[in-house]
Design a protein around this ligand. Sequence first.
Ligand code: FAD
Length: 464
Amino acid sequence: MNRANDAKLLGALQQALGDQLVLTGGRIPAKAMSDRSRTGHHLPMIYIRPRSVQDVSSALRICNAHRSSVVVQGGMTGLAGGANPECEDVVIAMDLFAGVEEIDSNAATMTVRAGTILEDAQKAAEDSGFLLPIDLGARGSCQIGGNLATNAGGVRVINHGMTRDNVLGLEAVLADGTVISSLNRMQKNNTGYDLKQLFIGSEGTLGIITRAVLKLKSLPACRATALCGLRSYEDVLLLLRNAGKLMGLSAFELMWGAFFRFSSKAEEFRAFETEYPFLIIIEQSGEAVNLEEFLATMFEEGLIADALIAKSEKEREKFWKVREGLSLGTLPKLIEYDVSLPIGSLDLYAQEVTTALAAEFPSIHVSVFGHIADSNIHLCVSAGQVDAAEKHRINTIVYDGVRNHRGSISAEHGIGLLKREYLSYSRNPEELNLMRRLKKTLDPHGILNPERIICIAPTDRSGC
Ligand code: FAD
């Protein structure tokens, strides 16, 4: 990019969208620098806040014509660096294109704009007597568009699947400005390729998502939640199997002892006299609940060593606050991993990685928790001051273990910029080739979220 071209680009964008929506210099908010991985350090050259699909389309058409790189920003809660700009980029921030457009109570669907905060969409569903099945800890800041772009998981996957399982239709804008309106509302529609799935989970590399039609479920009539202490990983697996057989589960979240000790101390929450190596939050919701009965049986069978049933919504929230583990963010230089492996191997993997890391980095702090029923755990590694080579070594230890157990290096957070180098640990060369071909077909000049997930050509991005 040269300065004359930059000036022409800016002029064309201002002419198409107006000065108010096209920001530069000191008018660009500092939050545009980095997502929640805290690995971005630069403001973009231009920051656009579209108010309509037409604005998104015009901005992309102009950027494509000028071969200018574009980075899409949702709520900036991503953990893979995917929304972090370089200083030569144009950012398209979706926050102004927000709001629920329609709730169809007969069909149980919601049509929503991409910039809508997840929690706002959840509230709108609840006000109409429905449950929006997508839910995650970042609900107060993340956007529906970001959830779709990352195919977010979260705490309801056990019952309702990943984000992609809850989408009926979608609208997206391609790199050249073409609007693909595929806002299907039907449960059944076998008319050729399921195009929406191309955009879900592709982290903004194939198009910018602007609207979606989401499935809604009935609000559960009642809910019960308990925190349980268990003595072994075998007991965790048996409890999960029994819970699946004996009652409908709506959450089954596991915290390893070290994680629980850290997070419960930070939340000033004392659950049990004894310290257990495994702590489970188990939740049941539906027309009727029998959690207490189930726990009593499991206690008699010796699977559960201790249990605390939430007596109030406040107590339930406390359990979940400990599980969400936001206090871990205070640990220095935290690196967060999000991996999935066959469920039977998860504890072995956690032990192997913790041992291998401690052998090379004696002061390292590793905490493990996760959506165990989905075979997905998060490793939070705080290694203090490490240089780039040491960080690479930590990544290699974590991902080598994943490869050895034939798992996935990203269960739900996505690849973004931070995991691209390791994508081949979980995808074979033929798969990677097909991904490149898809990217080249939909975005031949490689302007959209460049270098996220895969690179299609040697980069001439200058950096800052
Ligand atoms: P951003 O961070 O803004 O962007 C994420 C990626 O999507 C980027 O590549 C961006 O370019 C792209 N993108 C954003 N909007 C669009 C759009 N409209 N069209 C195309 N591309 C777009 N994730 C989970 O999966 N499960 C969890 O349980 C979970 N818990 C979390 C808890 C906390 C406390 C935090 C901080 C994060 C958590 N995350 C979790 C990660 C994160 O919240 C999700 O990835 C979320 O879906 C990102 O949404 P966002 O709007 O913040 O996207």
